[in-house]
Design a protein around this ligand. Structure first.
Ligand code: ZN
Length: 243
């Protein structure tokens, strides 16, 4: 992709279906990912396929469309629109959908042969196992969902302590350009913005009050992730969910 030619290598930053369910479309490319990423894709792949074949797809989609049409908050409405678009995309491509886990497993750090100095560095936090790709030649780091910009991160399979550690690791790499999982291309300063966000949400989740979104995050995309994240953190604290 970077060279303007067809890609020959794909790196899965983590197992979430929005980042891996399209693996099969990359044909003869070699797909890299961590062991945990491969395990989760193998475990959950049949569930994803089942959602594509869901006999209630029509009624669920209609209900979601109705929620969208009556939602007064423009950010929430846009979030629902994204979900609707994903449902339609999946349905349209259901004949081609196939679960494809990574072919090659990497752990810790992996340097590709070649003169661009492309490496994969593994960490964790957003999911149980995340990877970033760093291109030395252009000082560009592809952060996957470990960094999101102007967008609430998904905390459903997050470990906030590990996430802070991995953000510190990314800061040490000190890339000039950072490509986040969501939002525009940014700089390294986005790591500390996200680190602050994670501290704030952890703090909010420790109380039992109705969660209120801090003002500085009120114009961020995907606001549902904020409330879902609080719910997950509280459920974990109550012992109702595994960390
Ligand atoms: Zn993700």
């Amino acid at each position: 992709m970077l060279s303007g030619r067809n890609p020959s290598i794909v790196v899965n930053s983590h197992w979430h279906p929005s980042h891996t369910f399209g693996n099969a479309t990359f044909g003869s490319c070699t797909i890299y990912g961590t062991e945990r990423t491969r395990t989760r894709i193998n475990e959950l792949g049949p569930v994803w396929v089942a959602t594509v074949e869901d006999p209630e797809w029509g009624s669920r989609t209609a209900a979601l469309q109705a929620r969208h049409d009556t939602e007064p908050d423009p950010l929430r409405r846009r979030e629902i629109a994204v979900e609707l678009a994903a449902r339609h995309d999946l349905r349209d491509s259901r004949d081609r959908v196939r679960v494809r886990p990574p072919d090659e497993i990497v752990e810790d750090r992996y340097l590709f042969k070649g003169n661009r100095g492309v490496s994969i560095v593994a960490g964790a936090g957003h999911s149980e196992s995340d990877s970033v790709v760093f291109v030395t030649e252009t000082e560009t780091l592809f952060a996957g969902d470990l960094v999101s910009v102007g967008t609430h991160p998904n905390l459903v399979s997050a470990d906030l302590e590990k996430w802070q550690t991995t953000l510190g690791k990314v800061e040490k790499i000190a890339p000039q350009h950072l490509v986040p999982g969501h939002g525009p291309v940014t700089g390294i300063e986005s790591c500390s913005v996200l680190a602050d966000y994670l501290r704030r949400i952890e703090e909010i989740a420790t109380s039992d009050d109705a969660p209120e979104m801090p003002e500085e995050y009120q114009d961020w995309e995907l606001p549902g992730h904020f409330f879902d994240g609080i719910a997950v953190l509280r459920a974990r604290r109550a012992g109702a969910l595994d960390p």
